[in-house]
Design a protein around this ligand. Structure first.
Ligand SMILES: C[S@@+](CC[C@H](N)C(=O)[O-])C[C@H]1O[C@@H](n2cnc3c(N)ncnc32)[C@H](O)[C@@H]1O
Length: 215
């Protein structure tokens, strides 16, 4: 899979690219490119934003700047999903993660300050995605959330078997995963459920199924 992230802060992604599962698939299952809007801006001194028409506080990411960045990377053709990260977008859930992880190529657009000129969302993006009903200062964290969630779904990202029975998976019928415990079996009188210490795999399996909850 190829993912291109357009951002004002490409270096913000350095930490994420060193962490598993992303690090495990980088260069094999995942090809990640970080593009800085300032590097391709057609405006003087790498200007990328401007004051909002109609007045008001904050700066708005310019449509010509984003168009130039896309043009510089793809030329005329953008046969791919272009996702604008925006609080007003489609709420991100596991179904949307699976859908996007199934794409061969994906582009993520992030903004800062007051956000995108609406024409970017309308004409340059194919989708708008929100990571939740709250406002962050920029699209970099939302892009990283999406990158991490997608990377987990790529072959080789996780240790065999560890991604199959997770919350929201088909195996758990979209439910929330059962609780996990490890040693010590008794800590301050907080004990581990007996069934998990029983060695009876059928009972353990049944208990785990029973503990799956649904939102
Ligand atoms: C300060 S926000 C802009 C908020 C915008 N003026 C509004 O009220 O909806 C700057 C940028 O951060 C990103 N962002 C902030 N919160 C987000 C969220 N919940 N989901 C996705 N992107 C978000 C978007 O790229 C957004 O354009």
């Amino acid at each position: 899979m190829r993912i291109d992230v357009f951002t004002l802060v490409p270096h913000a992604f350095a930490w994420l690219t060193e962490q598993r599962p992303l690090a495990a698939v980088l260069g094999t299952e995942l090809d990640l490119r970080l593009v800085g809007y300032r590097d391709t801006s057609p405006l003087r001194s790498g200007q990328v934003d401007d004051q909002p028409y109609g007045g008001g506080a904050g700066m708005v990411l310019r449509v010509d700047v984003v168009a130039a960045a896309l043009e510089a990377v793809y030329g005329g053709a953008t046969e791919r999903r272009v996702v604008a990260l925006a609080p007003a977008g489609r709420p991100l859930d596991q179904a949307l993660v699976e859908e996007l992880a199934g794409e061969e190529r994906l582009t993520l657009l992030s903004a800062r300050f007051e956000g995108f000129d609406e024409r970017i969302v309308e004409h340059l993006a194919t989708d708008a995605v929100s990571i939740g009903p709250y406002v962050l200062s920029g699209g970099e964290l939302p892009a990283m959330v999406l990158l991490d969630a997608i990377a987990r779904r790529l072959p080789g990202a996780l240790t065999e078997g560890s991604g199959e029975h997770e919350s929201f998976s088909d195996e758990l019928e979209g439910g929330l995963e059962y609780p996990h415990y490890t040693r010590p079996a008794d800590f301050r009188g907080w004990t581990v459920p007996d069934v998990l210490l029983s060695g009876d795999h059928a009972r353990i399996e049944a208990w785990r199924r029973e503990m799956v909850t649904h939102l």
